[in-house]
Write a protein that binds this ligand. Structure first.
Ligand code: NAP
Length: 486
């Protein structure tokens, strides 16, 4: 184990116990150095079934807890995360690669998720519907039951927190499966749940083959809801696998965000916003701007400003807090290289970067230069495929209606952004973009209070805010006849 990685459990956590799985352990690598930082336990069908049984057994008690008691435990979790934020950020940077400052800010969002949902869990109000005098028509919101949560590696802590916090708040119990690339952030969180006094069986974590575990979770009649964040391909598969048991399903899937700069925009704000959003987590973000539409009247100016600023972007080991860390694995690098080579063969021009970094400090890691590529058309793969890397693809436009149509020309519909100072353009564009989220002169589009989610092949369901909580409740109608015979 790396000397910097301390106090992280590496086993499965089922029914309040840390246990070894039945399968051979798996190595976890630091993508900045290639170093194996530790080995984690692996389970399979048997452990997943045991975890489901533990969550099922814990449900009656947890769901009947006084909401205030649940909130107290969740606030205790938030306090412990806050106390241990630096350690959790370090674990994340070591296994995922992102710069420490980004890891710290992800941990802050966990704290916000737990505190916000702890409060909201006490406000799951039902309704009284006007009824005939001799009846009471009541609506109660009740927890769905056992929830399966499958999460990705790009936000290895917060993708868990934003599912677990609302589920716990309303009284659900969970079995979670994090990505094989980043189990340590998940295990460190579960360790905190344990120390905060979460009753046994309320949250369980299984590690191992995602295919095997995913199949058991989706096929189980005891699992009443699947919440998944990850690729569209896997989301579609899990949706299909969940059909026979008629589970509730929420899917937070891929994105391919357009970023439109109109001619009346504040250009320096747009340039700075683009760099910050595109290079956050090295572009490995479902809401990362992926197609940059620039009005022809401001395009040269914008590109000049962009080129000046991009040369300051520092790439390095996340522990040194650069602007960009490594990518997650070799296939992430291959995907970028394939998209760039396809685009240049079809006429695009690389204005900056374009290469894997392999010398000196980059030798053993998975680093790629920040890249700008111009002349992108809809004949190129990069126009339609999510990139998940530090690449800025530029496209010129002249007409508002045409650029909106181009921005909507994708199977995805998660986040979108545009910059304009014209009220009419703002109003028309915001309502016409076929996306779950629209940032107008603003890139901060996610926090604990506001709904997050997509349309089309970006999935369905919402996380965060009151809409996120509603994903974990059933609506029950109770009709009480008070006209009883004596
Ligand atoms: P992924 O390959 O779909 O994996 C996501 C999770 O699914 C991981 O835990 C993975 O486990 C698991 N998985 C893979 N195959 C499975 C199967 N057959 N059955 C059950 N589980 C399976 O996605 P990723 O590469 O980790 O994450 C990147 C993707 O997530 C991107 O498309 C990104 O846009 C999307 N994303 C979306 C949001 C959003 O809120 N909309 C947020 C973040 C990321 P293993 O890793 O162990 O195989």
């Amino acid at each position: 184990m790396s000397p910097k990685l301390t106090h992280v459990p590496t086993q499965l956590y089922i029914d309040g116990n840390w246990i070894d799985g039945s399968q051979p352990t798996a190595p976890i690598k630091n993508p900045a150095t290639g170093e194996v930082i530790t080995e984690v336990s692996q389970g399979a069908e048997e452990e997943t079934l045991t975890a489901i049984a533990a969550a099922k057994a814990a449900f009656p008690l947890w769901s009947k807890h006084d909401p205030l008691e649940r909130a107290n435990i969740m606030n205790q979790i938030a306090d412990l995360i806050e106390e241990e934020a630096e350690r959790l950020a370090l674990i994340m940077t070591l296994e995922q690669g992102k710069p420490l400052k980004e890891a710290r800010s992800e941990i802050q969002t966990d704290i916000e998720n737990f505190r916000w949902n702890a409060a909201e869990g006490q406000r799951i109000y039902g309704e009284i519907i006007p009824s005939p005098m001799d009846h009471h028509w009541l609506i109660r919101k009740q927890p769905i039951g056992v929830v399966a949560a499958i999460t990705p590696w790009n936000f290895p802590s917060n993708m868990i927190a934003r599912k677990i916090a609302p589920a716990l708040a309303v009284g659900c119990t969970l079995v979670m499966k994090p990505s094989k690339e980043t189990p340590l952030s998940a295990l460190a969180l579960v360790d905190i749940f344990d120390r905060a006094g979460l009753p046994k069986g309320v949250v369980n974590i299984v590690l191992g083959s995602s295919k095997t575990i995913g199949k058991v979770l989706t096929e189980s009649n005891d699992v009443k809801k699947l919440t998944f964040t990850g690729s569209t391909k896997v989301g579609q598969l899990l949706y299909e696998q969940s059909a026979p048991t008629l589970k509730h399903v929420s899917l937070e899937l891929g994105g391919h965000a357009p970023f439109i700069v109109f001619q009346d925009a504040d250009l320096s704000l747009a340039v700075e916003s683009l760099l910050a959003a595109k290079f956050r987590n090295n572009g490995q973000v479902c809401t990362a701007p992926n197609r940059i539409f620039l009005h022809e009247k401001i395009k040269d100016d914008f590109v000049e400003q962009l080129l000046k600023k991009i040369s300051d972007v520092k790439v390095g080991n996340g522990l040194d807090d650069p602007d960009i860390g490594p990518l997650i694995n070799e296939s992430a690098i291959e995907k970028i290289q394939n998209q760039l080579s396809d685009a240049t063969q079809k006429g695009a021009t690389i204005l900056y970067g374009g290469n894997r970094l392999t010398d000196g400090e980059y030798r053993d890691g998975l680093f790629f230069e920040p890249t700008i590529i111009d002349g992108i058309t809809n004949e190129m793969n990069i126009y339609y495929e999510e990139t998940f890397g530090p690449v800025i693809p530029l496209i010129g436009f002249t007409e508002t209606e045409a650029v909106i149509a181009a921005a909507n020309d994708t199977e995805f519909g998660l986040a979108s952004y545009f910059f304009s100072n014209n009220l009419q353009t703002i109003s028309q564009t915001a309502s016409s973009l076929d996306y779950g989220i629209v940032g107008v002169n603003e890139m901060a589009i996610s926090n604990a209070a506001v709904p997050f989610g997509g349309v089309k092949h970006s999935g369905f369901g919402r996380e965060n805010g009151k809409y996120g909580v509603e994903e974990y409740v059933e609506v029950k109608f109770i009709n009480i006849n008070t006209h009883l015979k004596k």
